[in-house]
Ligand binder design. Structure first.
Ligand SMILES: Cc1cc2nc3c(=O)[nH]c(=O)nc-3n(C[C@H](O)[C@H](O)[C@H](O)COP(=O)(O)OP(=O)(O)OC[C@H]3O[C@@H](n4cnc5c(N)ncnc54)[C@H](O)[C@@H]3O)c2cc1C
Length: 400
């Protein structure tokens, strides 16, 4: 087994690293996380994405005619690794780049691809995901937001919840019920909805991190042109699944976990236990060792997945394994950091006693959310059990 990249890719890596050294926003750039409450911050985040795109480092695998470079997955993987390594700010247009963009490439009409893909890359249009509803989370197919086809328009009524980024998004990719009589998975369609359409109301929800990352979105007689339907009418479930697969891959990035763990080790060197660096304490070492083994296992799993993609083999349940393992591991890493920080753990960035600018407590809460978002751990385990291991399906409980 050879886990190194071919030499030409290492040349490319050096190029990306040098570019990042010259262009990375200054430390304390304030572009991290979901805390895009301030329009100036949104604008700065868009500028960063545009700059990265200008350098050719965004969505490199997309076809050239839609603004990509037709590059291979190894090239893109290197860029991703270097961005994480440099602790570059996340991309504000991530849901467009990693979720709806690839879905449109697979299922969209030619007009939809030409209309939407280039503006996703340049951050001219930011996207949000309208899947969950108050009574449809894990059981997503129970969604009730209704879209009725009247002439050449859909009229949308209903409510979405936990919609990340809806407070500044320009567009939503949204699941709607178009045939209430059909079995629940067969009456769903996938619509692209402009967020400034009359009849849309966005109400921010405050997360336990104190940030307003997600929202409630209500639709009252919202008109959506029928050319914004992706795939066939009532066949949206299949399209939605493709997006979910991309989302799970996005949430389960091995490099992000490696970087988080490297920061934890640095913290263990900084904190003290009985007057000595915590990293020398046998109990701390044991805990770090156990986490290190999980990080390594995840790294090898990511390489296996990369190999599968490079060889063009069909993907199985890897995205669910990725999502399950990485989100739980990220949360455990941040939990270990809080234990190391002990009474300093609760100090947020404003406090003069804060270590690492108070990031760990925020990340502990944020990573808990990531275990739930994109499908909870229990749901990923069901998918792995049923589709991966061929175990019997869990009994479906009849409604009512
Ligand atoms: C930070 C964050 C961001 C999010 N962003 C978005 C977004 O942008 N767009 C969007 O549409 N949604 C978003 N969500 C919503 C997310 O997809 C849902 O919260 C998630 O799918 C779970 O649904 P629920 O909250 O309704 O919980 P429920 O489905 O009610 O689940 C409650 C509990 O029951 C368990 N459970 C449910 N069914 C089963 C089962 N069959 N077997 C075993 N256990 C089960 C679950 O694991 C969970 O522990 C976000 C959520 C979070 C936390």
């Amino acid at each position: 087994m050879d886990l190194t990249y071919p030499p030409q890719y290492e040349d490319f890596r050096r190029e990306v690293r040098a570019w990042l050294r010259r262009n990375l926003p200054a430390r304390g750039h304030g572009l991290g996380g979901l805390e895009y409450d301030d329009p100036r911050r949104v604008e700065r985040a868009k500028q960063w994405q545009r700059k990265l795109y200008g350098a050719g480092y965004v969505a490199m695998t997309w076809p050239k005619e839609y603004g990509g470079q037709g590059a291979d997955v190894l090239t893109q993987a290197i860029v991703h690794e270097e961005l994480v390594r440099a602790q570059a700010p996340p991309l504000i247009g991530q849901m467009g780049i990693q979720m709806v963009g690839p879905t449109l490439i697979q299922f969209g009409s030619e007009e939809q691809k030409r209309r939407f893909l280039p503006k996703i890359l340049t951050a001219e249009e930011i996207w949000c995901q309208g899947y969950s509803e108050p009574n449809a989370g894990s059981d997503l197919a129970s969604l009730q937001t209704r879209a009725e086809l009247v002439g050449d328009e859909f009229i949308v009524n209903g409510q979405k919840i936990w919609t990340s980024n809806a407070q500044f998004a320009d567009w939503m990719f949204c699941l709607v019920r178009t045939d209430p009589q059909a079995p629940k998975h067969r009456g769903i369609s996938y619509l692209l909805i402009e967020m400034k359409s009359p009849g849309i109301r966005v109400r921010p929800l405050v997360q336990m991190t104190g940030e307003r990352g997600f929202n409630e979105v209500c639709f009252e007689n919202v008109r959506v042109p029928c050319e914004n339907l992706v795939g066939e009418l009532n066949q949206g479930w299949q399209v939605a699944q493709a997006t979910l697969l991309h989302e799970r891959n996005m949430l389960g990035a091995a490099t992000t976990t490696q970087e988080l763990f490297a920061r934890l080790v640095r913290l263990a060197k900084l904190c003290t236990r009985q007057g000595r660096p915590a990293v020398e304490d046998p109990v701390v070492r044991q805990r770090l060792g156990a986490l290190a083994m999980r990080v390594e296992a995840m790294r090898f799993h990511a390489y296996r997945q990369l190999t599968t993609t490079v060889l063009g083999r069909p993907r199985g349940i890897e995205a669910s394994v990725n999502k399950l393992v990485s989100t739980e591991l990220n949360h455990d890493i941040t939990g270990c950091a809080l234990d190391l920080l002990a009474s300093y753990a609760t100090q947020t960035s404003e406090s003069k006693f804060a270590v690492d600018r108070g990031k760990w407590i925020r990340e502990f809460m944020f990573t808990l959310g990531m275990i739930i978002g994109g499908g909870t751990s229990e749901i990923q385990k069901n998918i792995i059990a049923e589709r991966g291991l061929g175990l019997p399906r869990e009994p479906r409980v009849a409604p009512g």
